[in-house]
Design a protein around this ligand. Structure first.
Ligand code: MD6
Ligand code: FE
Length: 206
């Protein structure tokens, strides 16, 4: 089992979880996934403003956002096709680090170009907060900021590197978090500059 660091109770960081060979395998798998389910541009509920992060999903459910709101749905918003299955290499991380008996139902795939970011948010569109969210990073470093249960709580940052795993669960399941910036050129894993983040989620109560 990889080394782990408790950033705060329930927020568990596994730096270097995947070695280079495993990162390359996962990169190739993600490339196939986004061929089947192309990256789409989510938009903000209400304003319709586009996210700077492009997204796709795998699993029985996928997270989407558009003018009607945030939700999980079984099909791609542009193609109408069901999402491809979650790859075994990814399910293995959930089993090893998730501490939750039932499988994940959604794996959100985020692609950050060099200038993309993600504002401070909580992940609360799931029914079951007893399940953690398990995050895997590939490619360029991303500066991950996390705080507490209130938006105004003080925050800290950790630089998520290619191959790192982060688990948000327990009493940290609903902490505010975001990505302040991408450190372009810090990894040569991807064919283009940028960062991929996979987040595994249990959506429904078993
Ligand atoms: C990211 N991740 O790392 C954005 N959410 O690119 C998230 O928003 C996130 O990493 C919940 C749990 C883990 C995460
Ligand atoms: Fe999140």
């Amino acid at each position: 089992m990889a080394q782990s660091l408790v950033l705060k109770p329930g927020l568990i960081y596994y730096p270097g979880y995947f070695d280079r060979a495993a990162q390359e395998r996962l990169r190739d798998t993600v490339r196939d996934l986004v061929r089947a389910a192309p990256l789409f541009v989510p938009t903000m509920p209400g304003t319709g403003k586009p996210f700077s992060v492009r997204m796709s999903n795998c699993g029985p459910l996928g997270w989407v956002s558009d003018k009607n709101g945030y939700r999980y749905q079984p099909h791609h918003p542009d193609t109408g096709q069901p999402w491809p299955p979650i790859p075994e290499q990814v399910l293995t991380v959930w089993r090893a680090c998730g501490g939750y008996d039932e499988p994940p139902e959604a794996c959100l795939i985020n692609f950050y170009a060099a200038d993309a970011r993600m504002g401070l948010h909580q992940d609360k569109d799931e029914e079951d907060f007893a399940a953690p969210i398990v995050s895997i990073s590939l490619g360029d470093d991303g500066l991950f900021r996390y705080g507490g249960l209130n938006r105004k709580d003080p925050t800290k940052s950790v630089r998520l590197r290619s191959g790192d795993v982060l688990v948000i669960g327990g009493e940290s399941r609903l902490v505010f978090h975001g990505i302040d910036r991408i450190h372009s050129g810090t990894s040569d894993l991807l064919a283009m500059p940028g960062r991929v983040n996979l987040t595994l989620r249990r959506v429904t109560k078993p």
